[in-house]
Structures are given as structure tokens and as C-alpha cells.
Design a protein around this ligand. Structure first.
Ligand code: C5P
Length: 209
């Protein structure tokens, strides 16, 4: 039988990651946060002091990446997300990472992949495609609450500005811009809690099985 694939796309901070993890747990599927692959390339560049625009070095880092070696703890840092969106505009980096992501998706019984271009580029034949969004204001508010829950502090206006800048870069790039696939189900979570959003997604997946 074919692997069962759930593709989840959307902007930074929309709740894709939580949604992907809950769906993978519930349906016993493998899970790949593809944002981590771009983050790992950016982290490698920063570690070696290489400029993020160095396309050939970034391509090499992408080709050498081992999906099993990615450390979520390190890669989740805010500054790495920003750097990731810079290496993500390089076509050769995308090509190398997409190959690895597709290979991951081929493993039975199937997988949940979340990112920006899963439904449009990585897995255009996915069984279910979700486009998870929330307004930039709501995403910034959630991000601030997360930071404060960890005992940190931040400026709402700064977080909002960062989110808007990242959205513009991800939606505006020439190669694989963030956009919903034509056959994606739109899930605006601005006024939903995690449980409500998960239930809505679960129903959509069950309908496709
Ligand atoms: O989702 P996350 O914030 O970890 O992604 C970091 C960056 O990696 C995004 O802002 C985006 O530029 C890039 N990315 C991408 N395609 C994906 C996943 C992430 O371009 N499938």
C-alpha cells in the first residue's frame, strides 16, 4: 500500500507544529517538521561563520544534512528561524532539502510533514492538505505568551514586526513561496484553541481515509 501523507503549511507561529505532532500521534504516522531542515542549514552556516547568502556553502550544508541528527532544542532559537528564512530563498538549498523530505515521506505507514511548501511542492499528491493560519496579531500574542511562560520577556511590537517580516519573505520569494495549495483545507485558528483546531483537522483527515 502507499504511505498516507498529511501536508500542513502555514506562516510562522500559526500552530502548525502542535497540530502536526497531535495528528502524527493520533494516526500513528511519522512526523517531520521541515522548518528544522532549513534551520539546521542556517545553524551550520552561523557556526562556521559563513554568510547566509553563500549559496554553494549552503547547498553543501543542505546535501550533508542528516535528518536524524537535528537537535530541536538548539534549532528552535528565534535567531535561527530568521536565518533559516534567508537560506530558504536559495533554490539549490531547497532542492537538496526537498529530496530528503520526499524520501522521509515515502516510509510506511506514512507521515505528517509541516512547513511552507509541503502541499504545493514537496508532496503535491498528499492525501490531506491543511493550510493553518491565524492573523499576525494573534500569532504575535501567542509567541509573547510562550516567551512569558518560560519566564522571559519581550516587546509585543517587536515580535509582531518580526512575524510580518518573516511572512513577507516567505510569501514573497520566487522559489516555492508560502501559499495554500489549490486543494488545501483552510484552517484559520485565530479564534480557536488548540483542541478545537485539532478536532477540526482530525475530522478532515478521517474523511480522507
Ligand atoms: O517553520 P519554521 O519557523 O521552523 O521555519 C523556518 C523558516 O524555514 C521559515 O521561515 C521558511 O523561510 C523556511 N521554510 C521553508 N520551507 C519549509 C519550511 C520552512 O522555506 N517547508
Amino acid at each position: 500500500s502507499d504511505p498516507f501523507i498529511i501536508a500542513i503549511d502555514g506562516p510562522a507561529g500559526a500552530g502548525k507544529g502542535t497540530m502536526a505532532r497531535r495528528l502524527a500521534d493520533h494516526f500513528h504516522l511519522n512526523l517531520l517538521d521541515t522548518g528544522l531542515t532549513y534551520r539546521a542549514v542556517a545553524h551550520r552556516m552561523l557556526t562556521y561563520g559563513l554568510p547566509l547568502q553563500n549559496a554553494s556553502a549552503a547547498e553543501t550544508a543542505a546535501r550533508q544534512l542528516d535528518l536524524g541528527e537535528m537537535d530541536r532544542e538548539i534549532l528552535s532559537q528565534h535567531a535561527i528561524g530568521e536565518a533559516a528564512s534567508q537560506v530558504a530563498v536559495i533554490p539549490a538549498v531547497r532542492q537538496a532539502l526537498v529530496e530528503k523530505q520526499r524520501e522521509f515521506a515515502r516510509t510506511l505507514p506514512g507521515a505528517v510533514l509541516d512547513g511552507r511548501d509541503i502541499g504545493t511542492v514537496v508532496c503535491p499528491d498528499a492525501d490531506v492538505k491543511l493550510y493553518v493560519t491565524a492573523t499576525a496579531q494573534v500569532r504575535a500574542q501567542r509567541r509573547l505568551a510562550e516567551i512569558e511562560a518560560r519566564g522571559g520577556s519581550a516587546e509585543f511590537a517587536q515580535i509582531l514586526a518580526d512575524i510580518e517580516k518573516r511572512d513577507a519573505r516567505d510569501m514573497g520569494r520566487a522559489d516555492s513561496p508560502l501559499r495554500p495549495a489549490n486543494d488545501a483545507h483552510l484552517l484559520d485558528t485565530s479564534e480557536m484553541d488548540i483542541e478545537t483546531a485539532f478536532q477540526a483537522a482530525k475530522t478532515l483527515v478521517e474523511t480522507a481515509m
